[in-house]
Design a protein around this ligand. Structure first.
Ligand code: NAD
Length: 333
């Protein structure tokens, strides 16, 4: 299946197809005279990287240590240095093969190397397939502040192959479901029902497709997050606060988003959302140090001098923007 993302001259296609990774080179349509730097991390099974590498004529592979800790200036510097050392030019390209960390890192390097070269994304975690690989957001963390340095840089094409999810750990698979559940809560009641029935795992192709359609709709209307796109931050403001307040790796991004969604659901739907989160296998509570969360919330880039724009949901499939403050959000936790 081809899902077009319509963004004028920055338009691109998502190929959603089982088995697609084996024909990545052909599907991406990168001509043989161009060099591609395949960026991946140490946890992505070699077979996927090899399959992608085999399908390109002129390629190099850059592997960095897996984990959020690598989404930093040092890895960014190393990718850029590799591109320089191997004499990559504006006509060459970067291809990410991995999860959201790889996509964000590789995308940011592609966005800034020589003021921007082509970027292709082959997401291999569920989180990156349903969310982070489309929309063009790329970034690195600085210390514990997530995604604080970044750029909008749309990929030229995205290949999503659900077969690669078979090697993901159970926890990473469930982690990815959080972003799909988020899409259902705010914009797709039918998608939410899949979670409510506890059928997300068995109906994963449908979950991926429906989540992508939500993201497509939002990104096409508001590419640079000046309005509607803020809806995708549902659960993320508090979620990022929680993520920054716990030791690295204790909670995954999706788990924090799940925890962050609960306080911003209205009373009418809260118990349904909690039940869906539980059925999915995501956490509904976690011990946190409230002061650290508060500190992280006030650093969050979604807050400005007039307060924080929070996304609230009172009815499944709908959302509201509410201007609030760190103090008000803290009261909800
Ligand atoms: N750019 C965006 O719009 C956006 C949106 C949401 C999240 N994000 C970012 O995404 C990141 C989280 O992404 P993630 O959850 O994919 O984490 P991740 O990239 O760290 O991947 C999780 C782990 O799975 C391993 N892995 C990847 N594919 C695999 C496979 N097929 N089989 C087995 N193991 C595999 C990786 O090596 C890694 O250890 C965060 O940094 C978050 O900020 C970005």
């Amino acid at each position: 299946m081809i899902i077009p993302i319509n963004l004028g001259e920055k338009s691109y296609e998502i190929v959603l197809e089982r088995g697609a990774i084996g024909k990545a080179g052909r599907l991406l349509g990168v001509s043989g005279d161009r060099k591609v730097l395949i960026v991946t991390d140490s946890g992505v099974p070699e077979e996927y990287v090899d399959a992608v590498a085999r399908s390109f004529k002129k390629k190099n592979i850059f592997i960095f240590p897996q984990g959020e800790e690598s989404k930093n200036f040092e890895t960014y510097r190393q990718i850029c240095e590799t591109l320089m050392d191997l004499s990559y030019t504006r006509k060459d390209a970067v291809v990410a093969v991995g999860g959201g960390v790889t996509g964000d890192m590789a995308g940011f390097a592609a966005a800034t190397y020589m003021r921007g070269i082509d970027f292709y994304n082959i997401p291999t975690t569920l989180l990156s397939q349903v969310d982070s690989s489309i929309g063009g957001k790329t970034a690195i963390d600085v210390g514990k502040i997530k995604n604080i340095i970044g750029a909008f840089h749309q990929p030229k094409k995205v290949i999503i192959d659900p077969d690669v999810l078979s090697t993901l750990t159970e926890r990473h698979f469930i982690n990815g479901l959080a972003e799909a559940l988020k899409a259902g809560i705010i914009m797709d009641a039918k998608l939410f029902e899949i979670f409510e029935k506890g059928e997300a795992k068995e109906r994963i192709d449908e979950v991926i497709e429906r989540s992508l359609m939500v993201k497509k709709k939002v990104v096409e209307e508001d590419e640079k997050e000046t309005g509607l796109r803020k809806v995708l931050n549902f659960g993320h403001t508090i979620g990022h606060g929680i993520e920054a307040s716990v030791p690295f790796g204790e909670l995954y991004h999706g788990e924090c988003v799940a925890l962050g969604m609960i306080p911003v659901c209205g009373d009418k739907i809260k118990s349904r959302v909690i039940s869906a989160i539980e059925k999915t296998g995501l956490p509904i509570s976690h011990p946190i140090d409230k002061e650290s969360v508060r500190k992280a919330l006030s650093h969050d880039k979604k807050s400005d001098s007039e307060g924080i724009t929070a996304v609230i949901c009172n009815e499944i499939g709908t959302f509201e923007f509410v201007n609030t403050s760190t103090d008000e959000l803290m009261k909800l936790i």
